[in-house]
Design a protein. Structure first.
Length: 248
């Protein structure tokens, strides 16, 4: 429950009482987060959603219902939903809207967003990638099949492709849905993330983006029947000329 402490200041010498400026705290949020609303602007923050593990099979649908209730609050907008982590980034237009979100039974805790700069220069040496690339082992002439949620091949890190293998610098050689077609290159983002890792580690390889998941990724999601073999069989028997080669 929110607690309010109103501080009124008398301006000495002019006899004018200043407007009340409430300092607000909440047991679900750091004070620094709520004080951001002093500028009367809207602000983004992350909330951890309530998790009730009594029935894991129903957890994804329960999460969706909780997010929908949160989105229905006045002056609240959902910016991102990390459904696998039960975390949601919301934007509140007013302090009152932020407090209403925190008072919701669907919210466990709020956190201030922190941005991190991704640094391949730190992670690649941990797997000896620079030495391998310097030795010419870039993956040229190979392709990596990513069985995931698809891949947004329009992303700059994947070559800003207009279609698979187009233009020449496109890193994604093939993309297809093996789950029911959702008419989306990647409706989750996870497959694009994985494809980006592969493209960075092996700058010469091509990506085969194979969407094998239904709309829900992670807990409660389903990989469709034969999805672990059908995509690979399709690629190997297609016109791409790829063959499976055991690693040394």
């Amino acid at each position: 429950m929110a607690k309010y402490l109103a501080v009124a200041t008398l301006l000495v010498g002019c006899g004018v009482e200043a407007t009340e400026a409430p300092v607000t705290s909440h047991d679900k949020a750091p004070d620094t987060l709520l004080r951001q609303f002093d500028d009367l602007g809207d602000h983004s923050f992350i909330v951890g959603m309530s998790v009730r593990p009594d029935d894991p099979a129903s957890a994804p649908l329960e999460h969706v219902a909780r997010v929908e209730r949160l989105a229905a609050l006045t002056d609240i907008a959902i910016e991102h939903d990390w459904d696998q982590l039960a975390l949601v980034q919301v934007r509140a237009r007013t302090l009152e809207a932020a407090l209403a979100a925190l008072d919701s039974d669907d919210v466990e805790q709020a956190y201030e967003p922190v941005e991190y700069q991704l640094a391949d220069a730190q992670s690649f040496p941990l797997m000896n990638q620079p030495a391998a690339a310097a030795a010419g082992k870039t993956g040229a002439g190979t392709a990596v099949a990513v069985l995931d949620t698809g891949a947004n091949y329009r992303h700059a890190e994947l070559g800003s492709c207009t279609a698979p293998n187009t233009p020449a610098g496109c890193r994604v050689a093939y993309a297809a849905d093996f789950a029911p077609n959702d008419n989306s290159l990647d409706d989750n983002g996870h497959g694009t993330h994985v494809a980006g890792i592969v493209a960075g580690v092996a700058p010469g390889t091509k990506i085969l983006a194979l969407d094998v998941f239904n709309g829900l990724m992670g807990s409660g999601s389903a990989v469709y029947a034969n999805a672990s073999t059908t995509p690979i069989t399709t690629v190997l028997t297609g016109t791409f000329g790829y063959t499976l080669t055991p690693l040394p």
